[in-house]
Design a protein. Structure first.
Lengths: 422, 278, 281
């Protein structure tokens, strides 16, 4: 037993030496983005390959990403130099744990993003890195079933429902696909698309009569939705294997369909409701934890990531769009072209009603999302009466808003103090 | 009585044998078919993986596998996984088998409590324990080492090692050991020469569990190793979001080494002594 | 070495190891469950139990365990007996039957999803054989019982080998002479099984059953892959609390509830399958 432990000690000693040497040479980029194998590979070679020193890009699922970060913060020392993640993850962190990035000399081109990135403080807690949005996509075979007079680039929800119904009637199968799976991003749909389009709000109007209409309309749409949608988290899969012909999802989760068979699919803006065409941007950022061993190297990497050439390379690798002003070249992959056009049409449309990412919720961001997901599961999947569910969930929502004291954000009208749920 | 049994038996026995054979084949097919389908999808081009109806014959398209072969750091991750799994195996058996022996042979105070504690280490999810363990490892320098990760995996494997060896030791009559003592063996020699060979199936089973548990463990590996990633931490967690054809290829790559290991130790699952069939 | 002290000496390494690597982190995490800054409180437990998904996920976990474990027990006993009676090809058959052991539950989920999804292998076969014209949506929320069946099948496939390996290791110790004697006395196969095999297999049965039941309450990956959002289980809820909601206290509270359930069932099984005392030192 003692020989064994000596041996084990020696082994670990050697490994530690080797490991330590490796860590010093590379900047550790700890990210939740670009997880799919191909995107991670592209990040390493196409995007980070151009940086003057070596970068170790490690994508992770949220669980390990968070746990490792928390462990390093608690232990007071660590190996992570740079963090990459979505706004939602950063806003749940304690701002003291992130280094101030205000005087780096780079910033995103959007004041809204820079404001969000302050996380309620006066300094830039994370650097807005890249953005994306949710759009709709369709198999070209579905286009023949569009209702009379409908313009695919300016659909209303009613027209979308009619379209899905036509397809079901013609093919005998429900071909609308919705990412209702456990890893699907459905909560952003309800917060940023459904609610703004029908109620012109997201928190204030949560249990309003317009919200009831919104849910009724969604139930109607759901009746034409592929019932296995509760398993779907990446709609590119269903587009490619034909299980769904009309889908809603994140631009990067539709990319594979467009890249493999660009001639078979079209991308188009999300539909509009009575109060406008609601949509929501997704913002990813980079930040430096206070326990970073090589803060200077990390700052240099941040500056590098914000350069226009790097932003374009990132676009090609991850399907996330730049946050600085760039001239988009012509040689972009089909998914980027298609998605970019759809997003531009969406944000540039006359009735655009953008919903912002929730801000100021701190660690209750997850609870906030859960209010909407639970509403969906109870109303749509379990068939519970709409008003009752909304009243129930409203109590949860009120509790969250008063506990966090977060003020209202677009499309809700601004508020003094915590955003009220009317 | 035997004469009657003989007359009745042949037909019944033949039918019994046919049923038995059919049962074996059915169960083998039941296990193999899903794996075969994994193989089919691994060997298919992305288009085929997404097509319908699916073909049951592999195309032998190596594209998905080639992608992983070119993946930076795969071989190193593979090596790390093997090292960690072997360490887990050795440690869990070295620590667990003596405890299994003690549980079966001795009646000591706190025995039931001890058994309960062993079992309950498996009843609490590791991802929740990963945070305090990671803090501990960072502070003590065990962070990002194969040995550190092996310690965590051993914690997962110990219940199997202890309980399986316990159940096997319990099946060996004490008389055997006592006979060895009376014949002049010391306690230790009696153990190593008489008991140990009989318990070999239990040790093999524990080794298999330890290896497989360590091999497939992903959360602790993702949190506790960065430069020295194991293969699952490298592949498995992003596998759920990879494009479909890569999912299968990745899953296939993960499965094969574990299968090779079980193949190598399979015959030790059967008792080697004359008590059972050879 | 005094015989009295020997057992404590033998269990010392395990105890030390588990104290350091399990009890210590467990204590830290369990502390979170029982209170926040305001001292001891059961608020986390209350919050977790009052959530509308709690009874559903509890029911689902129990249902799945109750449906799957008995089948696996019977199946693994059957397979263990079959394989010990074999002469030729025994190694190969045992190897094949233990293959699922080497497959992580994530990979198993991927495999069975490929079989059951709408454009998957099962549908391909059914359409190919002409059983149905169009692919059937098997994993839809409208047919939860089909989803349950699919999960059952996948779990039985994946986890039977766990019990099988433990039972095979134990069955080898039953002396052949017992069976031969039983044959001489004209005992039927079934009688031999119930009177010789089962009793002598008791320790292994106890181990296999307890381990399998504990793991059954922690089932997650396969259920998430096949059942998506319509089949919540306790472990999935624990992960949601810990990682999506970043509520460590609630996650720990729910994990402790699962722990208590596991303790109860472990005690029941250990009582029912008590290992006969036999000779001890």
């Amino acid at each position: 037993m003692s020989i064994h432990s000596k041996l084990a000690g020696a082994v670990s000693g050697v490994v530690m030496l080797v490991g330590a040497a490796a860590v010093q040479a590379e900047t550790l980029f700890w990210s939740t983005q670009a997880r799919p194998a191909e995107e991670a590979q592209a990040m390493r070679t196409e995007v980070l390959g151009g940086f003057d020193s070596a970068v170790d890009y490690q994508p992770n699922e949220d669980g390990p990403w968070l746990t490792r970060l928390q462990a390093e913060l608690q232990a007071g020392s660590g190996s992570i130099d740079l963090l990459g993640s979505l706004h939602g993850n950063f806003s749940a962190m304690n701002p003291d744990d992130l280094m101030d990035l205000s005087d780096l000399g780079v910033m995103s081109a959007s004041d809204t993003f820079n404001g969000l990135a302050k996380l309620g403080t006066d300094s830039l807690q994370y650097m807005p890195w890249m953005q994306a949005s949710y759009i709709m996509a369709a198999n070209k075979e579905a286009l023949q079933y569009l209702p009379e007079g409908a313009d695919i680039n300016a659909l209303t929800y009613d027209q979308l429902i009619a379209w899905a119904a036509n397809v079901e009637e013609a093919t005998g199968q429900k071909k609308f696909g919705f990412p209702a799976g456990p890893k699907g991003l459905k909560h952003r749909f309800f917060q940023g698309y459904l609610y703004p389009s029908y109620t012109d709000g997201v928190v204030r109007t949560f249990a309003s009569p317009e919200a009831v209409t919104a849910w009724e309309k969604f139930k109607e749409l759901w009746s034409h939705t592929n019932p296995a949608s509760t398993n779907f988290s990446f709609m590119q899969e269903q587009l490619l294997n034909g299980d769904a012909w009309i889908v809603f999802d994140h631009t990067s989760r539709l990319a594979q369909a467009f890249n493999e068979r660009p001639d078979d699919f079209v991308a188009f803006p999300a539909p509009a409701g009575p109060t406008g065409r609601g949509f929501m941007p997704v913002l990813a950022g980079v930040a430096i934890p206070r326990t970073a061993p090589d803060a200077e190297g990390a700052k240099a990497l941040v500056t590098y990531l914000m350069q226009p050439e790097t932003q374009i390379a990132t676009l090609k690798a991850t399907n996330f769009f730049p946050v600085v002003d760039v001239e988009l070249p012509d040689d972009l992959p089909p998914s980027v072209k298609a998605a970019g056009e759809a997003v531009a049409k969406m944000s540039g449309s006359a009735d655009a009603n953008p919903g912002l990412l929730p801000a100021g919720l701190g660690s209750m961001g997850g609870d906030f999302n859960r209010v909407y997901v639970d509403a969906f599961e109870r109303i749509v999947l379990a068939g519970q009466p709409i008003e009752q569910v909304l009243d129930d969930q409203k109590k949860q929502l009120e509790k969250i808003m008063t506990e966090t004291g977060a003020p209202c954000w677009a499309p809700d009208a601004p508020s003094e103090g915590a955003c009220p749920v009317e | 009585m035997t004469a009657v049994a003989d007359v009745v038996a042949p037909d019944a026995r033949k039918a019994g044998r046919g049923l038995y054979r059919a049962g074996v084949i059915l169960l083998c097919a039941w296990v193999i078919i899903p794996l075969y389908l994994l193989f089919v999808n691994t060997m298919s081009s992305p288009d085929t993986v997404n097509s319908f109806p699916k073909s049951f014959i592999p195309e032998f398209n190596m594209g998905s596998l080639e992608f992983f072969m070119g993946f930076q750091g795969m071989l190193r991750a593979l090596w790390n996984s093997v090292v960690v799994a072997l360490m887990t195996m050795v440690m869990s058996i070295a620590i667990g088998a003596p405890a299994g022996y003690a549980l079966s042979r001795f009646d000591f105070r706190g025995k039931e409590l001890f058994r309960l504690l062993i079992l309950l280490t498996r009843a609490f999810p590791l991802p929740l324990l990963a945070l305090p363990l990671a803090v501990l490892f960072i502070r003590t320098g065990l962070d990002d080492t194969a040995f550190g990760l092996a310690l965590v995996h051993t914690t997962l494997a110990i219940p199997f090692a202890v309980l399986i060896t316990f159940s096997l030791f319990s099946g060996i009559p004490l008389e055997l050991e006592e006979a060895a003592w009376t014949l002049g063996c010391t306690r230790l020699t009696a153990f190593t020469k008489v008991i140990l060979p009989l318990v070999l199936p239990g040790i093999t089973a524990s080794a298999i569990f330890a290896f497989v548990i360590s091999w497939n463990e992903v959360f602790a590996a993702a949190v506790l190793t960065i430069e020295n990633r194991t293969l699952p931490a490298f592949l498995l967690q992003t596998l759920g979001e990879a494009p479909l054809h890569l999912k299968f290829a990745g899953g296939f790559i993960l499965v094969v080494p574990a299968l090779i290991f079980i193949f190598a130790v399979r015959k030790y699952l059967f008792a080697m002594w004359g008590i059972a069939n050879r | 070495m005094e015989a009295r002290l020997l057992p404590y000496f033998l269990i010392l390494p395990v105890t030390l190891f588990l104290c350091l690597f399990f009890l210590y982190p467990f204590a830290l995490v369990a502390q979170q469950a029982f209170g926040s800054e305001n001292g001891f409180s059961l608020d986390n437990f209350r919050e977790v139990v009052n959530y509308w998904k709690f009874p559903i996920s509890m029911k689902n976990t129990f249902l799945l365990a109750a449906a799957v474990v008995p089948i696996q027990l019977a199946l693994s006993l059957l397979m263990a007996t079959m394989v010990t009676k074999m002469q030729k090809g025994r190694d190969l058959v045992l190897y094949i039957w233990t293959i699922p052991l080497g497959i992580s539950d994530l990979a198993a989920g991927i495999i069975w999803l490929a079989i059951f999804e709408q454009s998957g292998f099962l549908n391909s076969m059914m359409v190919g054989l002409g059983v149905t014209e169009q692919p059937v949506s098997l994993l839809s929320y409208q047919t939860p019982w089909i989803v349950f069946l699919a999960i059952m099948l996948a779990e039985i496939w994946r986890a039977t080998a766990i019990m099988l390996v433990i039972l095979v290791a134990g069955i080898g110790l039953i002396p052949k002479e017992y069976y031969e004697a039983a044959d001489v006395f004209g005992a039927s196969r079934w009688k031999q099984f119930t009177r010789i095999t089962l009793p002598l297999l008791r320790p292994s049965l106890q181990t296999a059953l307890v381990l399998r039941v504990i793991l059954a309450f922690e089932v997650f990956a396969v259920v998430a892959a096949l059942g998506g959002t319509i089949f919540p289980v306790l472990m999935g809820e624990i992960y949601a609390y810990q990682f999506d909601l970043q509520n460590g206290g609630a996650a720990a509270a729910l994990a402790i509830i699962v722990l208590i359930i596991s303790i109860v069932f472990t005690l029941i099984i250990m009582r029912a399958l008590r290992v006969p005392k036999g000779a001890t030192i």
